[in-house]
Ligand binder design. Structure first.
Ligand code: HEC
Length: 243
């Protein structure tokens, strides 16, 4: 009897990943083209993030001056990110909108996005930002394939335009696809590239020291190698007279 219970628990654990995947809403995730060495892309992503997303979301673990890690100078940070005069470069990224006011407006408070790439994954974010579609029956007017019944309106609709959901049934199979209904200011390929930059930035932000860590590793290994040579020379020197 006990053995059977153990077996049940084991089977449940085996199935856990499958259950977790199923609860993601069943949408196919597109692969995000992440390249943390591409500083130009990271800078474009940072600009899109600070000018568009900070209206509602915060990134409380991220300081503006940390953007130096992706090659931005102080003047550039102030100018390109359109920071208000009173914002100091050493301060963390705070939402323009008050959290309780946002909750009232959208039904849910917009979560902090500092480490969102770790909780959601780059591919999920890349898909999410490209699968908003018009849903006139919803309060916000929008829904999303990756996040059904999302409380967030499509913040980049002016760039992407408006997508419409098309549901087709063929021999018992339903396919859901999004088609461009009203074009935005960017071509679809340009919009995908902009979201790739934004996702790249979100991945950088969720672990900024990732950029310096490999270099630091080599430095430590180099130091240990030098130490090894010195220690060996010292050992020889000390034992010279004994042998
Ligand atoms: C008008 C306000 C507003 C703007 C602007 C906005 N968001 Fe949101 N966002 C929200 C709200 C509200 C939610 C919570 C949705 C929910 O839980 O149903 C949300 C949720 C999210 C989520 C899902 C978080 C999670 O895992 O639950 C992500 C990712 C996100 N936003 C990214 C962005 C990005 C990137 C931008 C900038 C391009 C942006 N948002 C701009 C209001 C906004």
């Amino acid at each position: 009897m006990k053995a059977i219970n153990k077996l049940r628990i084991l089977v449940l654990f085996w199935m856990l990943p499958a259950i977790a995947i199923a609860s993601e809403g069943g949408v196919h995730l597109d692969k995000a083209p992440i390249n943390l060495k591409d500083t130009a892309a990271l800078q474009r992503g940072a600009k899109l993030f600070t000018t568009r997303c900070l209206a509602c979301h915060s990134a409380s673990y991220m300081r503006y001056n940390r953007l130096r890690d992706i090659g931005m100078g102080e003047a550039q940070i102030k100018k390109e990110l359109e920071l208000p005069e009173d914002v100091k470069l050493g301060s963390t990224m705070q939402a323009a909108m008050d959290a309780s006011a946002a909750k009232l407006a959208f039904g849910v408070a917009p979560p902090d996005l500092s480490v969102i790439a770790r909780s959601r994954s780059a591919d999920w974010l890349y898909t999410y930002m490209r699968t908003f579609y018009a849903a006139p029956d919803r309060a916000s007017g929008w829904d999303n394939l990756a996040f059904p019944s999302v409380g967030m309106p499509h913040a980049l609709a002016d760039l992407q335009g408006e997508l419409k959901l098309q549901v087709e049934t063929h021999e018992g199979h339903t396919t859901r696809k999004l088609v461009l209904d009203k074009p935005g200011s960017l071509q679809p390929a340009e919009y995908d590239a902009a979201i790739a930059d934004l996702t790249n930035y979100l991945v950088f932000m969720s672990d900024p020291s990732k950029l310096v860590r490999p270099g630091l590793g080599y430095l430590v290994l180099g130091f240990l190698a030098v130490l090894l040579v010195l220690a060996y020379a010292l050992k020889k020197e000390i034992w010279k007279d004994v042998h």
